[in-house]
Write a protein that binds this ligand. Structure first.
Ligand SMILES: O=C(O)c1ccccc1N[C@@H]1O[C@H](COP(=O)(O)O)[C@@H](O)[C@H]1O
Length: 209
């Protein structure tokens, strides 16, 4: 079971998430979890081995990606906007890093859309679609119907995201058949502020599922 804790902004959250497989830094300024590349580098400096560092970008330009990567070493690029398969291929080729493509899922038809991405991405992150009027394309504490992925073969490694919490993650894994999970809001005390105890509880619940 792979676990990603997304939207890390402080050292206490970094420490609590040290047992996760992936840590996410949000490089999308409108997010309450956004960090500068310099801040992410500072936080990363305390990481000896351990989780892979994921940079979350939303329709980023090559310049933004290059500037970020010049400041902070990242292991995975999470593309959480409207990036097309061709754009994923171009990012992967130019920056030489694994690409995790986030896609909003609301129906079985949305899952059919994964096929076009398969040759160009290394992993999927299946999230809810942003609720109407939401200011962010993700990180909205919104779940999708977990039965949509039940019994289906997803043609790449994948993480389940959207509205997960320490209290529902075990059930989500069971129903969705997910091999990994990703959380942001569900381990926060207030929007954008992570709670180390909830992070630890989430990792334990996911691993125990
Ligand atoms: O977390 C954010 O602020 C964010 C901003 C823009 C795009 C994606 C974002 N977060 C990602 O969304 C999933 C689901 O979040 P939540 O657990 O429902 O709050 C999260 O795991 C991030 O990968």
């Amino acid at each position: 079971m792979q676990v990603k804790i997304c939207g890390i902004t402080d050292a206490a959250a970094m420490q609590a998430a040290a047992d996760a497989d992936f840590l996410g830094f949000v490089f999308f300024p409108p997010s309450p979890r956004a960090v500068t590349p310099a801040r992410a580098a500072e936080l990363s400096a305390s990481l000896a081995g351990g989780p892979q560092r994921v940079g979350l970008f939303v329709d980023a330009t090559d310049d933004q990606l290059a500037e970020t990567l010049a400041a902070v070493p990242l292991d995975v690029l999470q593309l959480h906007g409207e990036e097309t398969p061709d754009r994923c291929a171009a990012v992967r080729a130019r920056f030489g890093l694994p690409v995790m493509k986030a896609l909003g899922i609301a129906s079985a038809a949305d899952l059919e859309g994964l096929a076009a991405y398969v040759p160009h991405v290394d992993r999927f992150l299946l999230d809810a679609k942003a609720p109407p009027g939401a200011p962010l394309p993700g990180g909205n504490a919104a779940p999708f119907d977990w039965t949509l992925t039940a019994g289906r073969t997803i043609p790449r490694p994948w993480l389940l995201a959207g509205g997960l919490t320490p209290g529902n993650v075990a059930e989500a894994i069971r129903v969705a058949g997910a091999p990994g999970v990703d959380v942001s809001s569900g381990v926060e005390v207030s929007r954008g502020v992570k709670d180390p105890d909830r992070i630890a509880a989430f990792i334990a619940a996911a691993r125990g599922a």
